[in-house]
Design a protein around this ligand. Structure first.
Ligand code: NAP
Length: 370
């Protein structure tokens, strides 16, 4: 067993003993256990060119300290891997500040409160927040949400009942305002965001057409996510397939990938179409700059609009989306799929699955024993 895996296993034993500690045992015991914990972390070592490499990361342990007044210590159980992480590694202006060299890599996650000196949180609570790529996180409680592990498996709170679900919800309903009977095209249709967009489109009585890489993913969008047709962009001619499945044009395009697929879709917009720019994963690792659409005059000809959005624009309406998504999930109308990879130390390779199309569903890392 490698040293880091041995250290993680030792941490697991110690946190288990902490979890099993009855509440009446003094805080002094909790302090003692915390002082023996080691926090393995991935810090950004260099800004990547193209796909991130192992040398762009620094993986090292540091001691865990106790929370002071107002803080809580979280044992991270699952880490969310998101395409946006690639953008956060770049220098320059964006919707959020870049991760600085030497900082713990930013990441969403879900964890269990190990020790709390914040009155809003208690030991044992399950919380979602931006905990970073590490085993333990200290928080002042801001931006943290409690979740109920009895209502859904924990990784679902990082997917359909978390940030990607909320992205799908507002990116479709608010940005595109779908009407019954409209044709909605979605790229990366089997992914964390795309799987939810297709299902919401169906709930809103639209006809959803998914674009995904490979037969297995296409079959899944048809079988599980309410898509009426699927296009395998790796083996089909996308323009021809769109013409076949969208004979009256495309009313809504939910774009997750950008690049050539965006251009193909723009060429077949219906009058007054809406294009939601959610992401452009095909461009995130480009070393030659982002390739923009050449068919953009289709927006003029078709009186169409194209609008970008960031899910954090909807921070104040987060609860509204989660309540509705949770209702659909509980009633069986919203299916989810998570791709769970074990081991924090796999992070550099696991992240690349997103850009190689190797993830199947919402990609998360399971950190040690939950
Ligand atoms: P995901 O779809 O679960 O995983 C990424 C998928 O993208 C891959 O599995 C792959 O699917 C596809 N892909 C990768 N490289 C590609 C390429 N060169 N061309 C076409 N497809 C490619 O990821 P996600 O978390 O749901 O994110 C989807 C998009 O939403 C990303 O662009 C992300 O940045 C964006 N996003 C935006 C917001 C926002 O606030 N605007 C929030 C969350 C996510 P295939 O195997 O099907 O190719």
């Amino acid at each position: 067993m490698p040293d880091c895996a041995k250290a993680s296993a030792a941490n697991e034993l110690r946190t288990k003993s902490l979890r099993d500690t009855p509440n009446y045992i003094s805080y002094g015991y909790v302090q003692l256990v915390i002082m023996t914990l080691v926090n393995h972390q991935f810090r950004l070592a260099a800004r990547p060119a193209g796909l991130p490499r192992r040398s762009d990361w620094n993986y090292a342990p540091e001691p865990v300290r106790e929370p002071v007044d107002g803080q809580l210590l979280v044992k991270v159980l699952y880490i969310s891997l998101d395409p946006a992480m690639r953008g956060w590694m770049n220098e320059g202006r964006s919707y959020v500040a870049p991760v600085e060299i030497g900082q713990v890599m930013r990441a969403g996650g879900i964890g269990r409160v190990l020790a709390s000196r914040n009155p809003k949180f208690s030991e044992g609570d399950h919380v979602v927040g931006m905990f970073g790529v590490q085993e333990y996180a200290m928080s002042d409680g801001k931006g943290l949400n409690k979740v109920d592990p009895n209502l859904a498996p924990l990784p679902v709170y990082l997917g359909a009942l978390g940030m990607p679900g909320v992205t799908a919800y507002f990116g479709l309903l608010d940005v595109c305002d779908p009407k019954p009977g409209e044709t909605v095209v979605v790229s990366a249709a089997s992914g964390a965001v795309g799987m939810v967009v297709g299902q919401i489109a169906k709930i809103k009585q639209c006809r959803a057409i998914g674009i995904a890489g490979g037969k297995e993913k296409c079959d899944c969008t048809l079988r599980d996510y309410g898509y009426a047709a699927a296009i395998d962009y790796k083996s089909e001619n996308v323009s021809q397939a769109l013409r076949k499945h969208c004979p009256n044009g495309i009313n809504i395009y939910f774009d997750n990938v950008g690049g050539e697929i965006l251009d193909n879709v723009l060429a077949q917009l219906a009058r007054r179409a809406r294009v939601s720019i959610c992401g452009a994963i095909s461009q995130y690792n480009s070393t030659e700059g982002v390739k923009g659409p050449s068919n953009y005059l289709s927006l003029l000809v078709n009186h169409a609009k194209m609008e970008g959005f960031v899910v954090t624009d909807y921070a104040e309406r987060w609860g509204e989306a989660i309540r509705e998504l949770a209702g659909w999930y509980a009633s069986g109308k919203l299916k989810t799929r998570e791709d769970v990879v074990a081991g924090l130390e796999t992070f550099p390779d696991t992240l690349l699955k997103l850009f190689r199309g190797e993830n199947f569903g919402k990609l998360v890392i399971k950190v040690g024993g939950a």
